[in-house]
Design a protein around this ligand. Structure first.
Ligand code: NAD
Length: 439
């Protein structure tokens, strides 16, 4: 009788364990659900309503192969999550990042629901992403990844279903590839399937600067409430991509503010007399980051950047940057959350105790989705607006939202995040109640 010796497998297990983000990070979905629970409690929402709002209407997880330039095939994992469509189709960005997780995308989809409701635009919340390292990919690889991901999620997106937009590491070019891929499958050009496109392809004037511009509208209103003048106000900006760079340029050029600190994932700089943000923007656009910038500026570490002496700190990069570790040492008077989820709940409590005014993400960065809404309207009507019209409408929506949040916070004696969430959640709860249950 022959004994068979065990065969050593050539193949390693191709399916990695579910990725939950870097060690030590807080689960963003727990954070978003806890925020919802706290405001639902405060508002006296019924358990049934809370249950409906805490769940997601649809979660799509895809794994797809992409041929790399060297001929190898890599499998990428991506998601598209739709939180709530009570008031209209889903809306939310797509991020390409090495730390993307399903829970992160889900949390952001939920925040998108409250954000759209807060600025009163007829969308629900959605979000998507692919876990990948764009810095290690060529343009051709990025295009193939974008097109295959778009194909995978195309059954669940569309101008009346769910409309993606740019987010971390997803540019106008990526939106153009998404629009083209979706359109090829439909046999006609469907401009309204994504927003944040180039202007020649149904994009909107002002969309590129819209998140930054909207953020500055609420910063100005907050400074006014605090009796502080915008002229000469000192800003520190973390993140120098679409949002951070445009915030720096608009703040300096249009409002006479002084950007005293700015940084990205590679390097950070400060100058108490004000950085030359135009030169920094030119460098970042040419080299893809601030690394190697040699203007009149001193190098600081990423941690030091957040603690620089300033009036307004604008986190415009990734989540969980202001934590219990640094919240006690932040010296800004105002924090404007251009990024999604940059402050942890524990840090929020420390900042509140210290009297630092936090303009919450669902208010401070709502300018992007607002102009995405304008872009979608323009695409559906095939009738395009001037930049002045876009900016005027954006200012009106942002200042209205700020006023409503500020008044509710005064009435409820609560922080601005709680007030903003209450307004968003209340709108959705009311919409759900009016629609009733099917069947
Ligand atoms: P982007 O990819 O254009 O830029 C991101 C910037 O953050 C880059 O400069 C990058 O170097 C920097 N960064 C990344 N990791 C960092 C780290 N660990 N430390 C410091 N800097 C880091 O992305 P974006 O579109 O500007 O988005 C920035 C943030 O704003 C994200 O949180 C996004 O969700 C949020 N946001 C964007 C929009 C939009 O319209 N683009 C709308 C609403 C919210």
């Amino acid at each position: 009788m022959s004994t068979t010796s065990p065969v050593r497998s050539r193949l390693s297990n191709p399916v990695p364990a579910e990725w939950h983000g870097p060690p030590g990070t807080i689960d963003p979905l727990d954070m978003a659900t806890e925020q919802l629970r706290a405001v639902a409690e405060r508002m006296g929402l019924e358990q049934n309503t809370f249950n409906m709002l805490a769940h997601f209407e649809r979660t799509l997880k895809v794994a797809f192969p992409v041929r790399m330039d060297d001929g190898t095939i890599r499998i990428f994992e991506g998601y598209r999550v739709l939180h709530n469509t009570n008031r209209g189709p889903g809306k939310g960005g797509i991020r390409f990042h090495h730390d993307v997780t399903l829970n992160e995308v889900s949390a952001m989809a939920m925040l998108m629901t409250w954000k759209c409701a807060l600025v009163d635009i007829p969308f629900g919340g959605a979000k998507g992403g692919v876990r990948c390292d764009v810095s290690a990919m060529s343009r051709n690889e990025l295009e193939r990844l974008t097109r295959r991901y778009t194909f995978e999620i195309s059954p669940v997106i569309g101008p009346e279903i769910d409309i993606p937009a740019p987010d971390l590491n997803t540019s106008e070019q990526i939106m153009a590839w998404m629009m083209d891929t979706y359109s090829m499958g439909r046999g006609r050009t469907v401009l309204g399937v994504v927003t944040g496109k180039p202007i020649t392809l149904g994009g909107s004037h002002g969309r590129r600067q819209s998140t930054a511009r909207g953020c500055l509208v609420v910063i100005l209103m907050a400074l006014e409430k605090l009796g502080m003048s915008p002229a000469g106000a000192r800003l520190v900006i973390q993140g120098f991509g679409n949002v951070g760079m445009n915030a720096a340029l608009i703040a300096a050029r249009e409002y006479g503010m002084s950007v005293v600190g700015a940084g990205d994932h590679k390097t950070s700089f400060c100058n108490p007399r004000g950085l030359d943000v135009a030169a920094m923007a030119e460098h970042a656009q040419r080299h893809g980051s601030l690394e190697g910038f040699t203007g009149d500026a001193e190098s600081v570490t990423a941690d030091e950047l957040l603690l620089l002496d300033c009036d307004v700190l604008v986190p415009a990069a990734i989540a969980e940057q202001i934590t219990v570790i640094n919240a006690g040492r932040v010296s800004a008077r105002v924090i404007a959350e251009a990024a999604n989820g940059p402050t942890t709940p524990e840090a929020d409590a420390v900042l509140n105790d210290r009297g630092i005014l936090v303009l919450p993400d669902i208010l401070a960065n709502a300018g992007g989705v607002t102009v995405s809404y304008f872009e979608w309207v323009q695409d559906l009507q095939s009738f395009f607006w001037s930049e002045e019209q876009v900016n005027n409408q954006l200012r009106a929506i942002m200042s209205n939202a700020f006023d409503r949040v500020w008044s509710l916070a005064e009435k409820e004696k609560c922080d601005l995040r709680t007030a903003a969430l209450m307004l968003g959640v209340n709108t959705i709860a009311r919409a759900a109640e009016l629609r009733g249950l099917y069947p």
